[in-house]
Design a protein around this ligand. Structure first.
Ligand SMILES: Nc1ncnc2c1ncn2[C@@H]1O[C@H](COP(=O)(O)OP(=O)(O)OP(=O)(O)O)[C@@H](O)[C@H]1O
Length: 352
Protein backbone atom coordinates (compact mmCIF):
# COMPACT_ATOMS: atom_id res chain seq x y z
CA UNK A 1 0.00 0.00 0.00
CA UNK A 2 1.44 3.35 -0.90
CA UNK A 3 0.48 6.84 0.14
CA UNK A 4 1.56 10.24 -0.97
CA UNK A 5 0.72 13.87 -0.27
CA UNK A 6 0.22 15.64 -3.55
CA UNK A 7 0.16 19.23 -4.61
CA UNK A 8 -2.64 20.26 -6.96
CA UNK A 9 -0.17 20.20 -9.86
CA UNK A 10 0.35 16.81 -11.51
CA UNK A 11 3.70 15.23 -10.86
CA UNK A 12 5.35 13.14 -13.52
CA UNK A 13 6.67 10.20 -11.55
CA UNK A 14 8.40 8.52 -14.47
CA UNK A 15 12.13 8.82 -14.26
CA UNK A 16 11.93 10.71 -10.99
CA UNK A 17 11.97 7.79 -8.59
CA UNK A 18 15.24 7.13 -6.90
CA UNK A 19 15.23 3.48 -5.93
CA UNK A 20 18.16 1.76 -4.32
CA UNK A 21 18.52 -1.95 -4.93
CA UNK A 22 17.25 -3.16 -1.56
CA UNK A 23 15.22 -0.15 -0.53
CA UNK A 24 11.69 -0.18 -1.77
CA UNK A 25 10.95 3.23 -0.26
CA UNK A 26 10.91 5.73 -3.05
CA UNK A 27 11.64 9.42 -3.21
CA UNK A 28 9.52 11.52 -5.50
CA UNK A 29 11.45 14.42 -6.93
CA UNK A 30 9.02 16.69 -8.65
CA UNK A 31 9.96 19.28 -11.23
CA UNK A 32 9.44 22.55 -9.39
CA UNK A 33 7.05 21.17 -6.76
CA UNK A 34 8.29 20.46 -3.26
CA UNK A 35 10.14 17.21 -2.76
CA UNK A 36 7.93 14.59 -1.19
CA UNK A 37 8.39 11.10 0.13
CA UNK A 38 6.11 8.37 -1.03
CA UNK A 39 5.41 6.10 1.92
CA UNK A 40 5.28 2.43 1.01
CA UNK A 41 3.75 0.01 3.48
CA UNK A 42 3.63 -3.76 3.39
CA UNK A 43 0.73 -5.62 4.91
CA UNK A 44 1.10 -9.38 5.30
CA UNK A 45 -2.31 -10.97 5.61
CA UNK A 46 -2.99 -14.09 7.71
CA UNK A 47 -3.26 -17.47 5.97
CA UNK A 48 -6.78 -18.62 5.30
CA UNK A 49 -7.97 -21.98 6.67
CA UNK A 50 -7.75 -23.43 3.16
CA UNK A 51 -4.17 -22.26 2.73
CA UNK A 52 -3.18 -23.69 6.11
CA UNK A 53 -4.75 -27.04 5.35
CA UNK A 54 -2.89 -27.08 2.02
CA UNK A 55 0.37 -26.57 3.98
CA UNK A 56 1.09 -23.30 2.27
CA UNK A 57 2.64 -21.89 5.44
CA UNK A 58 6.32 -22.53 4.68
CA UNK A 59 7.74 -19.41 6.30
CA UNK A 60 8.31 -17.88 2.89
CA UNK A 61 7.60 -14.40 4.26
CA UNK A 62 9.62 -13.60 7.38
CA UNK A 63 9.11 -10.24 9.06
CA UNK A 64 12.56 -9.36 10.37
CA UNK A 65 11.71 -6.04 11.98
CA UNK A 66 9.28 -3.15 11.64
CA UNK A 67 10.67 -2.27 8.23
CA UNK A 68 12.22 -5.37 6.72
CA UNK A 69 10.96 -8.69 5.33
CA UNK A 70 12.83 -11.63 3.88
CA UNK A 71 11.24 -13.62 1.12
CA UNK A 72 12.41 -17.25 1.08
CA UNK A 73 11.72 -19.19 -2.10
CA UNK A 74 9.25 -22.05 -1.53
CA UNK A 75 10.60 -25.63 -1.27
CA UNK A 76 11.05 -27.27 -4.65
CA UNK A 77 10.66 -23.99 -6.54
CA UNK A 78 12.72 -23.07 -9.60
CA UNK A 79 14.44 -20.39 -7.50
CA UNK A 80 15.67 -22.95 -4.96
CA UNK A 81 16.91 -25.25 -7.72
CA UNK A 82 18.83 -22.55 -9.54
CA UNK A 83 20.30 -21.13 -6.31
CA UNK A 84 21.59 -24.63 -5.48
CA UNK A 85 23.41 -24.52 -8.81
CA UNK A 86 24.89 -21.17 -7.85
CA UNK A 87 22.56 -19.13 -10.05
CA UNK A 88 20.61 -16.38 -8.29
CA UNK A 89 19.51 -16.20 -4.67
CA UNK A 90 16.74 -18.01 -2.84
CA UNK A 91 16.36 -15.24 -0.24
CA UNK A 92 15.53 -11.60 -0.98
CA UNK A 93 15.24 -8.81 1.55
CA UNK A 94 12.98 -5.78 1.11
CA UNK A 95 12.66 -2.66 3.21
CA UNK A 96 9.47 -0.60 3.54
CA UNK A 97 8.38 2.52 5.39
CA UNK A 98 6.67 0.10 7.76
CA UNK A 99 5.71 -3.56 7.72
CA UNK A 100 2.40 -4.74 9.21
CA UNK A 101 2.07 -8.38 10.24
CA UNK A 102 -0.97 -10.68 10.10
CA UNK A 103 -2.21 -9.57 13.53
CA UNK A 104 -2.57 -5.92 12.48
CA UNK A 105 -6.12 -4.67 12.83
CA UNK A 106 -7.85 -2.39 10.33
CA UNK A 107 -7.88 0.37 12.95
CA UNK A 108 -4.14 0.07 13.66
CA UNK A 109 -3.35 0.14 9.96
CA UNK A 110 -5.41 3.29 9.44
CA UNK A 111 -3.78 5.02 12.42
CA UNK A 112 -0.24 4.19 11.36
CA UNK A 113 -0.54 4.82 7.63
CA UNK A 114 -3.12 7.18 6.18
CA UNK A 115 -4.58 9.02 9.16
CA UNK A 116 -2.26 12.01 8.86
CA UNK A 117 -2.93 12.23 5.14
CA UNK A 118 -6.66 12.27 5.73
CA UNK A 119 -6.13 15.22 8.01
CA UNK A 120 -4.08 16.92 5.28
CA UNK A 121 -6.89 16.26 2.78
CA UNK A 122 -9.43 17.83 5.12
CA UNK A 123 -7.13 20.82 5.49
CA UNK A 124 -6.91 21.33 1.73
CA UNK A 125 -4.07 19.18 0.42
CA UNK A 126 -4.35 16.51 -2.24
CA UNK A 127 -3.57 12.91 -1.35
CA UNK A 128 -3.42 9.59 -3.13
CA UNK A 129 -3.68 6.16 -1.55
CA UNK A 130 -3.40 3.03 -3.58
CA UNK A 131 -2.98 -0.66 -2.90
CA UNK A 132 -0.87 -2.91 -5.02
CA UNK A 133 -0.46 -6.67 -4.92
CA UNK A 134 -1.22 -9.98 -6.60
CA UNK A 135 -4.73 -11.35 -6.72
CA UNK A 136 -5.95 -12.51 -3.31
CA UNK A 137 -3.30 -10.43 -1.48
CA UNK A 138 -5.87 -8.46 0.53
CA UNK A 139 -6.18 -5.17 -1.37
CA UNK A 140 -9.98 -5.03 -1.26
CA UNK A 141 -10.01 -6.04 2.39
CA UNK A 142 -7.53 -3.28 3.22
CA UNK A 143 -9.20 -0.51 1.25
CA UNK A 144 -12.88 -1.38 1.71
CA UNK A 145 -12.96 -4.01 4.45
CA UNK A 146 -16.09 -5.70 5.73
CA UNK A 147 -19.00 -4.64 7.88
CA UNK A 148 -17.24 -6.07 10.93
CA UNK A 149 -13.81 -4.85 9.88
CA UNK A 150 -14.15 -1.58 7.95
CA UNK A 151 -11.13 -0.67 5.85
CA UNK A 152 -9.47 2.59 4.89
CA UNK A 153 -12.16 4.06 2.61
CA UNK A 154 -15.08 3.87 5.06
CA UNK A 155 -12.83 5.28 7.77
CA UNK A 156 -11.88 8.20 5.53
CA UNK A 157 -15.57 8.87 4.81
CA UNK A 158 -16.46 8.80 8.49
CA UNK A 159 -13.60 11.17 9.31
CA UNK A 160 -14.67 13.52 6.51
CA UNK A 161 -18.30 13.77 7.60
CA UNK A 162 -17.19 14.20 11.19
CA UNK A 163 -14.92 17.05 10.09
CA UNK A 164 -17.67 18.77 8.10
CA UNK A 165 -19.96 18.54 11.11
CA UNK A 166 -22.95 20.86 10.73
CA UNK A 167 -21.16 22.97 8.11
CA UNK A 168 -22.35 21.30 4.97
CA UNK A 169 -23.10 23.33 1.89
CA UNK A 170 -26.29 21.70 0.64
CA UNK A 171 -27.12 23.85 -2.41
CA UNK A 172 -25.36 21.54 -4.87
CA UNK A 173 -24.74 24.49 -7.19
CA UNK A 174 -20.93 24.41 -6.95
CA UNK A 175 -19.59 21.33 -8.70
CA UNK A 176 -16.06 20.10 -9.43
CA UNK A 177 -14.99 21.01 -12.96
CA UNK A 178 -12.11 19.58 -14.99
CA UNK A 179 -9.21 18.67 -12.75
CA UNK A 180 -8.88 21.35 -10.09
CA UNK A 181 -11.76 23.75 -10.58
CA UNK A 182 -15.45 24.15 -9.78
CA UNK A 183 -18.34 25.45 -11.85
CA UNK A 184 -21.55 27.23 -10.81
CA UNK A 185 -24.70 25.39 -11.81
CA UNK A 186 -27.99 27.07 -12.72
CA UNK A 187 -31.25 25.91 -11.07
CA UNK A 188 -32.03 23.51 -13.95
CA UNK A 189 -28.63 21.89 -13.68
CA UNK A 190 -29.02 21.56 -9.90
CA UNK A 191 -32.35 19.84 -10.50
CA UNK A 192 -30.66 17.41 -12.88
CA UNK A 193 -27.99 16.69 -10.27
CA UNK A 194 -30.59 15.91 -7.65
CA UNK A 195 -32.59 13.69 -10.00
CA UNK A 196 -29.50 11.72 -11.07
CA UNK A 197 -28.47 11.17 -7.47
CA UNK A 198 -31.96 10.17 -6.34
CA UNK A 199 -32.16 7.61 -9.15
CA UNK A 200 -29.00 5.87 -7.89
CA UNK A 201 -30.02 6.02 -4.23
CA UNK A 202 -33.48 4.67 -4.99
CA UNK A 203 -32.12 1.76 -7.01
CA UNK A 204 -29.83 0.75 -4.14
CA UNK A 205 -32.67 0.93 -1.65
CA UNK A 206 -34.70 -1.48 -3.74
CA UNK A 207 -31.81 -3.94 -4.00
CA UNK A 208 -30.87 -3.45 -0.36
CA UNK A 209 -34.26 -4.83 0.64
CA UNK A 210 -33.25 -8.19 -0.84
CA UNK A 211 -29.86 -8.22 0.87
CA UNK A 212 -30.62 -8.10 4.54
CA UNK A 213 -29.43 -11.63 5.24
CA UNK A 214 -25.78 -11.20 4.26
CA UNK A 215 -23.06 -12.01 6.80
CA UNK A 216 -20.83 -9.45 8.48
CA UNK A 217 -17.68 -10.88 6.86
CA UNK A 218 -18.84 -9.98 3.38
CA UNK A 219 -17.52 -6.83 1.75
CA UNK A 220 -18.64 -3.67 3.46
CA UNK A 221 -20.64 -2.35 0.60
CA UNK A 222 -23.15 -5.20 0.55
CA UNK A 223 -25.03 -4.08 3.58
CA UNK A 224 -27.30 -1.08 3.58
CA UNK A 225 -26.51 1.64 6.13
CA UNK A 226 -23.46 -0.24 7.44
CA UNK A 227 -21.28 2.85 7.12
CA UNK A 228 -23.61 4.72 9.40
CA UNK A 229 -23.75 1.86 11.86
CA UNK A 230 -20.01 1.44 12.28
CA UNK A 231 -19.43 5.19 12.43
CA UNK A 232 -20.77 5.07 15.94
CA UNK A 233 -18.66 2.06 16.91
CA UNK A 234 -15.94 2.71 19.44
CA UNK A 235 -13.05 1.31 17.40
CA UNK A 236 -13.45 3.86 14.66
CA UNK A 237 -11.00 6.73 14.56
CA UNK A 238 -12.29 10.22 14.00
CA UNK A 239 -10.26 13.32 14.56
CA UNK A 240 -10.95 14.82 17.93
CA UNK A 241 -12.99 17.95 17.52
CA UNK A 242 -13.91 19.36 14.15
CA UNK A 243 -11.68 22.16 12.86
CA UNK A 244 -14.66 23.17 10.76
CA UNK A 245 -16.72 23.83 13.89
CA UNK A 246 -15.33 27.24 14.68
CA UNK A 247 -15.56 28.90 11.26
CA UNK A 248 -18.42 30.08 9.09
CA UNK A 249 -17.04 28.19 6.07
CA UNK A 250 -19.06 25.41 4.55
CA UNK A 251 -18.03 22.19 2.87
CA UNK A 252 -19.33 20.14 -0.02
CA UNK A 253 -18.18 16.59 -0.74
CA UNK A 254 -18.42 15.26 -4.29
CA UNK A 255 -17.37 11.74 -5.21
CA UNK A 256 -16.69 9.79 -8.38
CA UNK A 257 -16.08 6.07 -8.80
CA UNK A 258 -14.67 4.54 -11.95
CA UNK A 259 -12.72 1.50 -13.03
CA UNK A 260 -9.99 0.75 -15.52
CA UNK A 261 -10.81 -2.56 -17.13
CA UNK A 262 -9.00 -3.92 -20.17
CA UNK A 263 -7.35 -0.50 -20.50
CA UNK A 264 -10.70 1.29 -20.83
CA UNK A 265 -12.22 3.67 -18.28
CA UNK A 266 -15.81 2.99 -17.16
CA UNK A 267 -17.96 5.13 -14.91
CA UNK A 268 -19.25 2.99 -12.04
CA UNK A 269 -21.84 5.59 -11.02
CA UNK A 270 -23.47 5.62 -14.44
CA UNK A 271 -26.57 3.43 -14.53
CA UNK A 272 -26.07 0.84 -17.26
CA UNK A 273 -29.16 0.56 -19.40
CA UNK A 274 -27.68 -1.96 -21.82
CA UNK A 275 -25.08 -4.70 -21.46
CA UNK A 276 -22.58 -2.73 -23.52
CA UNK A 277 -21.05 0.05 -21.44
CA UNK A 278 -19.47 3.06 -23.10
CA UNK A 279 -15.96 3.92 -22.04
CA UNK A 280 -14.76 7.39 -21.05
CA UNK A 281 -11.78 9.36 -22.37
CA UNK A 282 -8.85 10.60 -20.32
CA UNK A 283 -8.20 14.20 -21.41
CA UNK A 284 -5.86 17.07 -20.64
CA UNK A 285 -7.36 20.19 -19.07
CA UNK A 286 -4.99 22.47 -20.99
CA UNK A 287 -2.71 22.96 -17.99
CA UNK A 288 -1.17 19.51 -18.20
CA UNK A 289 -3.60 17.89 -15.75
CA UNK A 290 -5.30 14.65 -16.70
CA UNK A 291 -8.99 14.20 -16.02
CA UNK A 292 -11.70 11.75 -17.07
CA UNK A 293 -14.09 13.47 -19.45
CA UNK A 294 -17.82 13.16 -18.65
CA UNK A 295 -17.13 11.33 -15.39
CA UNK A 296 -20.11 11.55 -13.08
CA UNK A 297 -19.59 13.48 -9.83
CA UNK A 298 -22.20 13.10 -7.12
CA UNK A 299 -22.64 15.36 -4.12
CA UNK A 300 -23.09 13.27 -0.98
CA UNK A 301 -24.36 14.63 2.28
CA UNK A 302 -24.19 11.76 4.75
CA UNK A 303 -22.71 8.30 5.34
CA UNK A 304 -25.82 6.50 4.23
CA UNK A 305 -25.59 8.14 0.79
CA UNK A 306 -21.86 7.32 0.64
CA UNK A 307 -22.61 3.71 1.39
CA UNK A 308 -25.28 3.50 -1.29
CA UNK A 309 -22.95 4.93 -3.93
CA UNK A 310 -20.28 2.42 -2.93
CA UNK A 311 -22.79 -0.38 -3.20
CA UNK A 312 -23.96 0.86 -6.57
CA UNK A 313 -20.42 1.25 -7.94
CA UNK A 314 -19.14 -2.05 -6.61
CA UNK A 315 -22.03 -3.87 -8.16
CA UNK A 316 -21.01 -2.39 -11.51
CA UNK A 317 -17.40 -3.50 -11.14
CA UNK A 318 -16.12 -6.12 -13.48
CA UNK A 319 -15.63 -9.05 -11.17
CA UNK A 320 -14.90 -12.60 -12.16
CA UNK A 321 -13.88 -15.54 -10.06
CA UNK A 322 -10.26 -16.58 -10.43
CA UNK A 323 -8.64 -19.76 -9.24
CA UNK A 324 -7.13 -17.96 -6.23
CA UNK A 325 -9.90 -15.60 -5.21
CA UNK A 326 -13.56 -16.44 -5.68
CA UNK A 327 -14.63 -12.80 -5.62
CA UNK A 328 -11.65 -11.31 -7.40
CA UNK A 329 -11.96 -7.79 -8.75
CA UNK A 330 -10.75 -7.95 -12.34
CA UNK A 331 -10.29 -4.22 -12.66
CA UNK A 332 -8.64 -1.25 -10.98
CA UNK A 333 -11.28 0.68 -9.05
CA UNK A 334 -10.66 4.38 -8.40
CA UNK A 335 -12.79 6.18 -5.84
CA UNK A 336 -12.18 9.94 -5.75
CA UNK A 337 -13.41 12.46 -3.22
CA UNK A 338 -13.33 16.21 -3.83
CA UNK A 339 -13.82 18.43 -0.82
CA UNK A 340 -14.88 21.99 -1.60
CA UNK A 341 -14.46 24.67 1.05
CA UNK A 342 -16.96 27.44 0.40
CA UNK A 343 -17.38 30.91 1.85
CA UNK A 344 -20.76 32.38 1.06
CA UNK A 345 -21.12 31.33 -2.58
CA UNK A 346 -17.40 31.44 -3.33
CA UNK A 347 -15.06 28.48 -3.60
CA UNK A 348 -12.10 29.01 -1.26
CA UNK A 349 -10.23 25.80 -1.97
CA UNK A 350 -10.63 22.29 -3.27
CA UNK A 351 -8.76 19.16 -2.26
CA UNK A 352 -8.84 15.70 -3.77
N1 LIG B 1 -5.79 -8.72 6.92
C1 LIG B 1 -6.66 -9.69 6.66
N2 LIG B 1 -7.22 -10.39 7.66
C2 LIG B 1 -8.12 -11.37 7.41
N3 LIG B 1 -8.52 -11.75 6.16
C3 LIG B 1 -7.98 -11.09 5.12
C4 LIG B 1 -7.03 -10.03 5.30
N4 LIG B 1 -6.68 -9.57 4.09
C5 LIG B 1 -7.37 -10.29 3.20
N5 LIG B 1 -8.15 -11.21 3.81
C6 LIG B 1 -9.02 -12.18 3.14
O1 LIG B 1 -8.28 -12.73 2.05
C7 LIG B 1 -9.11 -12.88 0.89
C8 LIG B 1 -8.55 -12.11 -0.30
O2 LIG B 1 -8.57 -10.72 -0.01
P1 LIG B 1 -9.04 -9.63 -1.08
O3 LIG B 1 -10.29 -10.03 -1.76
O4 LIG B 1 -9.03 -8.33 -0.36
O5 LIG B 1 -7.83 -9.71 -2.13
P2 LIG B 1 -7.53 -8.76 -3.37
O6 LIG B 1 -6.09 -8.42 -3.29
O7 LIG B 1 -8.48 -7.60 -3.41
O8 LIG B 1 -7.79 -9.75 -4.59
P3 LIG B 1 -8.18 -9.41 -6.13
O9 LIG B 1 -7.08 -8.57 -6.71
O10 LIG B 1 -8.21 -10.77 -6.75
O11 LIG B 1 -9.52 -8.73 -6.11
C9 LIG B 1 -10.49 -12.42 1.29
O12 LIG B 1 -11.22 -13.55 1.70
C10 LIG B 1 -10.23 -11.52 2.50
O13 LIG B 1 -11.33 -11.48 3.39
Amino acid sequence: METENMQPVDIDLTGDFSVSSHLVQQTVMSGGAEQQMMQIYLRVRPFSKEELSANEDQDCVVIEDGQTVSLNAPKGSANIKSSEKGVGLSIHKFTFSKVFGPQTTQGELFEDTVKSQVFDFLEGKNALIFSYGVTNAGKTFTIQGTLKDPGILPRVLVATFHYMGGHQYKEMDLKPYLRNGAQCLDPDQVKQERTAKMAILASVREEGDHQRTRSSSEPLITSDSCLSSFSSSSNLTVFSGSPAEASSDQFALWVAFFEIYNECVYDLLQPTLSKKRSSLRVCDDGAGNAYVKDLRWINIQNLSEANKLLQFGNKNRSAAATKMNQSSSRSHGIFTMKLLKIEGKTLKRISE
